[in-house]
Write a new protein. Structure first.
Length: 195
């Protein structure tokens, strides 16, 4: 089969245009990768100044089990049911170089919700939510590709950040803000009518 393929390529003089063919394949694959990466990057959204990255409401359902209602800065709500004593939230943050791009807010995408269950004084089990906290599909994740580009840090700062562990308290509302140090969760109030 290989011999027949080479013979056909030779017959139709494709080898004379081999360099052009290879360049076209490179451009086509690069364009396809850029399209898929762009679809993944569409799930990152600008976080305007002073707006919280997320609001988290808790409701304890049984001993150790709780449901967390996470509302992101775009208004999308996700319900996570986990078991644990403490919780954490992580996100990916893209910041453009301030010297080149002035007055552009960071872009953020929430990733996962975690529950930490303290089993002893020195041990804790960590449970990660099964569902992502964003609407992007898992077909392609452009983050590892971006991290491998050697000169990308001149234009974009790529950061993975998470809140510190916070206690799970029934009917409590936490406001999660993005600071220069990362995600910071602050207890806002105890809400009788929290979802």
């Amino acid at each position: 089969m290989c011999f027949v393929a080479v013979r056909m390529l030779w017959k139709y003089k494709v080898f004379n245009q081999l360099l052009v063919l290879l360049l076209c394949l490179v451009f086509l694959s690069g364009g396809g990768l850029a399209i898929f990466s762009g679809l993944d990057m569409a799930s990152y959204h600008y976080l305007s100044d002073g707006k919280p990255a997320a609001v988290v409401h808790f409701r304890r359902e049984s001993d150790g089990q709780f449901s967390a209602h996470v509302k992101d800065h775009m208004g999308h709500e996700y319900i996570q049911k986990l078991t644990g004593d403490y919780w954490q939230l992580d996100a990916r943050v893209l910041r453009l170089n301030k010297h080149m791009f002035r007055d552009i807010e960071p872009m953020i995408r929430l990733e996962y919700f975690y529950a930490l269950n303290v089993t002893s004084r020195k041990a804790a089990s960590i449970e990660r939510s099964a569902e992502l906290l964003h609407t992007s599909s898992d077909l392609i994740d452009s983050w590892p590709f971006l991290k491998k580009i050697p000169w990308i840090d001149r234009f974009i700062s790529l950061q993975v950040t998470s809140t510190m562990k916070k206690p799970v308290t029934d009917k409590t509302v936490y406001i999660v803000n993005l600071t220069n140090l990362g995600l910071v969760a602050e207890k806002s109030r105890v809400a009788d009518n929290a979802p």
